[in-house]
Ligand binder design. Structure first.
Ligand code: ADP
Length: 426
């Protein structure tokens, strides 16, 4: 199998965002959870995104895992590997972007690589090496006080230089605007003077296309989903990949019982649950009991599900409005309450699958992560979008056969989201 593009994402949600961006551009895309086993059955695809959790672990740990991911992608035939970082360049002077970049570059036998976290669609732009979040420089945005990676310097040439063993250069917007050849020439010049990485300015999508095309002449690049967009367009323009219609589940229905799980307490999800109550049975779990007596609550929920599943889709929810959430958190602590509820919902997901559910819609980012871990899903193929940012996911390599999933961040989707999702994952 030849793979046009291999990606290593430093966290799961970033990986999903990148995979969805690539699929939207027309690449047949698979997202894996961690580094897959050698024998993972894969369909013919253009891109694979390996989701790691290495953004905030120790640098040596991050380097080791990223190198293993690159090895896996290269053995699968990846000609180009993109290391996916956050569009706000989340990192500290200890890493992990610099150390991982240095190691991947050495393994890829490159001297200098292009780096850009720009993603104009989400208002992340880079000018003169400075990253802007909306209208303000990174260090004036809320990222200044991020609990894990406080970003106090908007100049990415300096930020990356503090993390990397090699010198860091800049490909200015004026060069980027001249196109891919000009970018390559500039990068070659920088690399002859010992530069190991070059921050590339980008303000518009056309800049990302030029950067993506230039990067494809090399074996490695570093950036956020915006760079993925540029690489995908570059691959299609070069004829290396063909623009595909996104796969619809309807072509090969999954069938079997369907269920929805909601652990998000966002305003959007609360409205979506209220709407779903008009069309399907909804079980509202008692959050207090979910925390204090999870096994009993999970068991009751599964008994309820057994009674209703044969008649049609169901929804099980722990979601509550903000005042109730705050009260629960005051009683049990924010982390403890959150994690216990996530685990309980994941156990319910496991039970539902044992009951035969093969179509599952999950609301909540953390909740979705817990469900995916519990179901030990190795990989997904990306399908059509149900709502912006929420693709249909078809599982690959699970022990209980194929499933169709929709995993949604709290605020995503319109009011009829649950019914919309169920209509699409036939
Ligand atoms: P979102 O995508 O909206 O942020 P998440 O699933 O990421 O949703 O986060 C929601 C968090 O709230 C999870 O940790 C979940 O376990 C927790 N949670 C769910 N229901 C309740 C509740 N009733 N009270 C307090 N916390 C809850």
């Amino acid at each position: 199998m030849t793979l046009a593009l291999g990606c290593i994402a430093d966290d799961y949600t970033g990986a999903s965002d990148l995979a969805n961006t690539l699929a939207k551009q027309g690449l047949r895309t698979v997202q894996t959870i961690g580094i897959p086993s050698a024998d993972l059955p894969l369909p013919e695809v253009d891109a694979i995104v390996i989701s790691l959790k290495i953004r905030s672990v120790g640098a040596s740990d991050a380097v080791e895992r990223a190198r293993a991911a690159q090895d896996w992608l290269r053995t699968r035939g990846a000609a180009h590997v993109m290391y996916k970082i956050c569009s706000t360049f989340d990192s500290t002077d200890a890493g992990n972007i610099g150390p991982v970049l240095d190691a991947l570059r050495a393994d890829a036998l490159e001297t200098s690589v292009l780096v850009t976290p720009a993603f104009p669609e989400t208002d992340r732009t880079v000018y003169k090496g400075n990253l802007f979040v909306g209208a303000v420089p990174l260090n004036e945005s809320s990222l200044r006080d991020h609990p894990l990676n406080p970003m106090r310097d908007a100049n990415l040439v300096r930020v990356l230089a503090r993390q990397s063993t090699a010198a860091v250069g800049l490909v200015e917007l004026a060069t980027v605007a001249q196109g891919a050849d000009a970018i390559r020439t500039r990068l070659e010049l920088l690399s002859t003077s010992g530069t190991g990485a070059a921050i590339a300015d980008a303000v518009f999508e056309t800049d990302l296309e030029a950067i993506g095309t230039a990067a494809l002449a090399q074996r490695l690049s570093v950036g956020a989903s915006g760079l993925g967009l540029g690489l995908a367009r570059g691959l299609i323009a070069a004829g290396t990949a063909r623009r595909q219609q996104r796969v619809t589940i309807r072509e090969q229905p999954i069938g079997g019982p369907a269920a929805c799980l909601a652990g998000s307490c966002s305003r959007a999800t609360l409205a979506q649950i209220a709407k779903a109550e008009q069309t399907m049975p909804v079980l509202r779990l008692d959050p207090e009991k979910l925390v204090t007596d999870p096994s009993e609550t999970v068991e009751r929920a599964l008994t309820w599900a057994t009674e209703h599943l044969t008649k049609g889709p169901i929804l099980i929810s722990s979601s509550a409005p903000p005042d109730a959430v705050s009260r629960l958190q005051e009683r049990h602590g924010r982390e403890a309450a959150g994690h216990t509820i996530e685990r309980s919902l994941a156990m319910i997901a496991g039970g539902l699958v044992e009951l035969g559910v093969r179509r599952l819609v999950v609301a909540g980012g953390e909740t979705s992560g817990a469900v995916v871990d519990r179901l030990a899903i190795p990989a997904f193929e990306l399908g059509t979008e149900i709502a912006a940012g929420v693709p249909v996911l078809r599982t690959l390599g699970t022990q209980y056969g194929e499933m169709a999933l929709a995993l949604k961040s709290g605020n995503f989707g319109g009011e009829g989201f649950f019914a919309d999702a169920l209509a699409i994952i036939a």
